[in-house]
Ligand binder design. Structure first.
Ligand code: NAD
Length: 487
């Protein structure tokens, strides 16, 4: 069966998913398809009263199902069933994801969707293996660190990998015994709604997963400020992360995980395998048209290797072919919105006006939808907007260095520290510089996530607080109390 589909004939789920049911709601925010710009739907906005209803439903469901108190293996089994159904329904899920987002359908079934199912199973495994600890005390006492779920967790996700980002929140929260009220991006709600419906089919008790649609100001604020939401897990921009911190500080302090923006360097030394480095660098900035938090958007190359590396990267950048996300053969993604494409173009123009040189790209593509040409911008100083700002598009900046010290100085971004890539054949140098790089993830002689879900992900500096994935994500969804019993 071909994965390609007609976007006009897709049956889109619409409304809020509360208590195991889709609750119809009037569309408010106009939605445009990134692949052709067509206005095709409108996203409802849950107000504070509706968020309150979702939270109350989650609380009741926790109580009635005893989800946090049942044998942990029962949680594990339910989550495994959910992962199985996600795999069985991968094509429908992929199409619902592709229609509104920038993810080409051909990359979803074996990519994002398969990885998401795998990650649900990964988190499920913690349910009956990680728990409270006995700790060393004197013989007259028994000391332990007892852990328990928070209760209702609030989650907010971005538009760039909708299903996967939802799974990063839902997987560990449910495995750890919580219920969730999740708000997907107002631009890409459909696949998350379907994900919740599949959880219901898998027998995850109704009301443990509630999806409320809406924008950040109304629905997002109502979630982060709700008194019965005990913890908040957010993935999105640093700007929104900062607004969320402010709202939480104003409305009642609670723990939060913030996975925010990045401006990650890829540092290439002359002793690296240049072809391999070129392939990794080009892929990381053209994949999803650079709309990934960990996109390696700053190329920092040793001067002597620059000509060969640039040549190989430019060749790759110039061969991408735009295509709608609903065509199974499409590889290169559109930008999420007209507004965001214009912002990318404005940043390039401002950088060029400030002395940068555009080596390739730098303009919209001659295709329907919001496509932007893969762009390489050289000779930019650290203050150039192309370097300072997270562009979130297919734009790579180029800087050269003479020695390690200069490479490290260029790599160190004043505000972001999400990831970094290092290409060298010198093992000592790789370890030495890995220790110095200020980022939450370092890739050496490769770039981008693998399927090693045990590696946590999260940022240094303003790229975030806390971790998704890994053991850390599970533990972040449980609180602990210290107990000392006098014998
Ligand atoms: P965004 O911050 O505009 O929106 C993200 C989500 O937050 C959306 O659901 C939005 O409605 C909501 N939101 C916005 N303002 C809010 C507020 N004040 N209170 C509550 N919710 C609010 O980000 P985006 O454009 O959807 O996604 C792109 C950004 O996400 C980039 O900065 C990217 O780096 C980041 N991101 C980070 C990671 C990571 O793991 N660190 C992963 C993916 C994306």
């Amino acid at each position: 069966m071909s994965l390609s589909f007609d976007p006009d004939s897709l049956d889109l789920p619409m409304g809020h998913f509360i208590g195991g049911k889709l609750v119809a709601a009037e569309g408010v925010i106009p939605m445009h398809r990134p692949s052709d710009g067509k206005a095709y739907a409108a996203c409802p906005v849950a107000d504070a009263a509706l968020v309150d209803q979702a939270v109350a439903t989650a609380k009741t469901a926790l109580k009635e199902s005893n989800w946090g108190g049942i044998r942990p293996r029962e949680r594990l089994k339910a989550l495994h069933r959910w992962a199985d159904i996600i795999e069985q329904e991968a094509v429908t899920l992929a199409r619902l994801e592709a229609v509104s987002s920038t993810r080409p359908v051909g990359q979803l079934v074996d990519g994002d969707i398969a990885v998401s199912a795998e990650q649900i199973r990964f988190f499920a495994e913690f349910a009956d293996k990680e728990g409270s600890d006995l700790v060393p005390t004197d013989n007259g006492s028994l000391g332990m660190v007892m852990t328990e779920p928070y209760g209702v967790v609030g989650a907010i996700t971005p538009w760039n990998f909708p299903v996967n980002m939802a799974v990063w929140k839902l997987g560990p929260a449910l495995a750890a015994g919580n219920a969730v009220v999740l708000k997907p991006s107002e631009m890409t709600p459909f696949s998350t709604l379907y994900l919740a419906e599949l959880a219901d089919r898998a027998g995850i008790p109704a009301g443990l997963i509630n999806i409320v649609l809406g924008d950040g100001m109304t629905t997002g604020n109502a979630i982060t400020g709700h008194p019965d939401i005990a913890k908040v897990s957010f993935t999105g921009s640093t700007r929104a992360g900062s607004a969320i911190m402010e709202n939480i500080a104003r409305t009642g302090i609670k723990p939060m995980t913030l996975e925010l923006g990045g401006k990650s360097p890829q540092i290439v030394f002359a002793d690296a395998d240049i072809d391999r480095a070129a392939a990794a660098v080009a892929l990381s900035i053209t994949s999803n048209a650079g709309q990934a938090c960990v996109a390696g958007s700053r190329l920092i190359v040793e001067k002597s290797a620059a000509p060969a590396l640039i040549d190989a990267i430019v060749r790759r950048m110039q061969t991408v072919v735009p295509g709608p996300t609903w065509d199974a053969t499409s590889q290169y993604s559109p930008i999420i919105s007209e507004k965001q494409r214009q912002r990318i173009d404005d940043i390039i123009a401002a950088s060029i006006a400030g002395g940068a040189e555009c080596l390739t790209g730098g303009g919209v593509m001659d295709a329907p939808g919001y496509f932007y040409r893969p762009t390489l911008v050289a000779a930019v100083d650290q203050a150039s907007p192309a370097i300072a700002e997270e562009i979130f598009g297919p734009v790579l900046t180029l800087q050269t260095f003479e020695d390690e010290e200069e490479a490290m100085a260029l790599a160190d971004h004043p505000s972001y520290g999400l990831a970094a890539g290092l290409f060298t054949s010198d093992l000592s140098r790789a370890i030495r510089l890995t220790r110095r790089l200020q980022a939450g993830t370092i890739w050496v002689n490769r770039y981008g996530r693998s399927r090693d879900h045990i590696l946590p992900t999260g940022g240094y500096k303003q790229s975030g607080i806390g971790k998704d994935l890994g053991r850390e994500a599970f533990h972040a969804n449980r609180k602990s109390k210290s107990v000392l019993i006098s014998l």
